[in-house]
Design a protein around this ligand. Structure first.
Ligand code: C5J
Length: 229
């Protein structure tokens, strides 16, 4: 497959060696009362990308592509949360404190669940990550290697934090990465614009960018895939 309109130049990928990576579309960041809001952000900005993400996820599933969901999540005893992360700044609630959706950024808590519209299906990878990047302390690289994956298409939040960190980690591990611009968002629109621009600058130094309107027709043109029983 080729996304001819990708920037800075066309992006070539095969479905069988590609994964759709959905970064941190969890209630903690997207709904009121979670980590995003405790940091003083307007979470409604992030809600706007959900329909575009849903359309891509459904098309990718129909094509039988590999899906990876991530959650920024810490263990209940905070053993994997460095004090430097927990104590940074002056948030209304810190990681591990009890908020409106349970303990902030703790695995298994209601706020840590991926939003219902994008909830993982049985069999899809769902990775808890203690860092901003999806490859730090997760084993994701090994799982992708076992699955023969060489290309990663990214969606999720927030663009300049966990999405950009994950894409840079993936790029350094040798994956050809593409960011779906209308399927990622930041609490700071200017940061999103800068992150998107810097990733594709200098001849795709981190990776490519495209929109879901480029990807969806390419997926729709694939031959129908057999249903699994
Ligand atoms: C942040 C994330 N922004 N998922 N996490 O702290 O981008």
């Amino acid at each position: 497959m080729q996304l001819t309109q990708a920037q800075p130049f066309p992006y070539n990928f095969e479905l069988k060696s590609s994964a759709l990576v959905i970064i941190d579309m969890q209630r903690d960041f997207i709904e009121p009362g979670g980590f995003g809001e405790t940091l003083g952000n307007d979470v409604s900005l992030l809600q706007a990308i959900v329909p575009a993400c849903q359309a891509v996820l459904e098309a990718w599933r129909r094509a039988r592509g590999l899906v990876v969901h991530t959650r920024e999540a810490h263990k209940a005893d905070l053993a994997d949360c460095p004090p430097a992360k927990r104590n940074r700044g002056n948030p209304a609630l810190r990681i591990g404190d009890r908020g409106a959706m349970g303990r902030i950024l703790i695995a298994g808590e209601p706020g840590n669940q991926i939003i219902a519209a994008l909830a993982p299906l049985p069999g899809e990878m769902a990775i808890d990550k203690p860092g901003k990047g999806a490859f730090y302390a997760t084993g994701l690289h090994e799982l992708l290697q076992q699955a023969g994956i060489t290309h990663l298409l990214f969606m999720g939040v927030t663009t300049e934090v966990c999405v950009q960190t994950s894409m840079r980690e993936a790029n350094d591990r040798g994956y050809d990465c593409l960011l779906l611009e209308d399927c990622t968002e930041s609490y700071f629109p200017a940061f999103k614009a800068a992150a998107v621009a810097m990733m594709r600058a200098q001849g795709a130094i981190v990776g490519w960018t495209a929109t879901s309107s480029h990807l969806l027709p390419a997926l729709a043109a694939l031959p129908a895939q057999p249903q699994h029983c």
